[in-house]
Write a protein that binds this ligand. Structure first.
Ligand code: SF4
Length: 219
């Protein structure tokens, strides 16, 4: 029986062969299984969490066994894992890479820095959570999250994709509000009450920093 929510030319192909759909039970189940187990991950790793990401992808945990593959080009990927601190200067580049990924696509914020900026959230140059400038579907808290916590996050994403393809609306996870995750003093980039002068000050300071971290006068 053809599934309402997931159309694919392979359905017609399979259904034309007498008895094959019976042999495969339901063709849509097979295609759902293939889709949810074929996630191509773009690792947006910037700091320590990226090391845990590498551990998840390495032989001991072998995240690939759940149907993922890590690729270096956003144009080949449908899942971005943001693993590490994102600075104000870096945010537009991350957004550009996100926009280069084809639809449908999903994002996982891995670690407290990606989720809230964590230790660095009130520093002028740090974005207090990547969901201030791009959508996030799954949050993996921790500093750092263990590699198996990331694998668990990928499995949660797969469950959401499976449910959505079966007709249930896709629901993004809520941003975790743990006691240790204090809301940043600086208004978030998406906050309409944020003073534009803060952004200007951030950009000015970041753009005019020399290699030693000292602000240099603009000529
Ligand atoms: S959450 Fe912790 S481990 Fe991850 S990038 Fe931030 S400081 Fe590093």
């Amino acid at each position: 029986m053809k599934h309402e929510a997931y159309d694919h030319p392979a359905f017609q192909l399979v259904e034309r062969v007498p008895g094959l759909d019976l042999a495969l039970l339901k063709a849509d189940d097979l295609l759902h299984w293939g889709a949810e187990n074929s996630l191509w991950i773009f690792p947006m790793g910037t700091s320590c969490c990226a090391i845990e990401f590498m551990a998840a992808a390495a032989s001991r945990l072998d995240m690939d066994r759940f149907g993922t593959i890590v690729r270096g080009s956003p144009r080949q990927c449908d899942v971005m894992v943001i693993a590490g601190t994102i600075t104000v200067k870096m945010a537009p580049r991350v957004l550009k890479l996100w926009e280069q990924m084809p639809e449908p696509k999903w994002a996982i914020a891995m670690g407290s820095c990606a989720i809230s900026g964590d230790f660095y959230r009130d520093i002028y140059s740090v974005v207090p959570g990547v969901d201030t400038f791009m959508p996030v579907d799954v949050y993996v808290p921790g500093c750092p999250p263990s590699p198996d916590a990331l694998v668990d996050g990928v499995r949660r994403l797969q469950e959401k994709i499976r449910a959505a393809r079966a007709g249930t609306p896709f629901v993004r996870e809520a941003r975790p509000e743990a006691a240790t995750m204090i809301r940043p003093e600086i208004k978030r980039l998406s906050d309409p009450d944020r003073d534009p002068a803060i952004t200007q000050a951030q950009c000015k300071a970041v753009l005019n920093m020399d290699k030693g971290g000292r602000e240099t006068p603009r000529s």
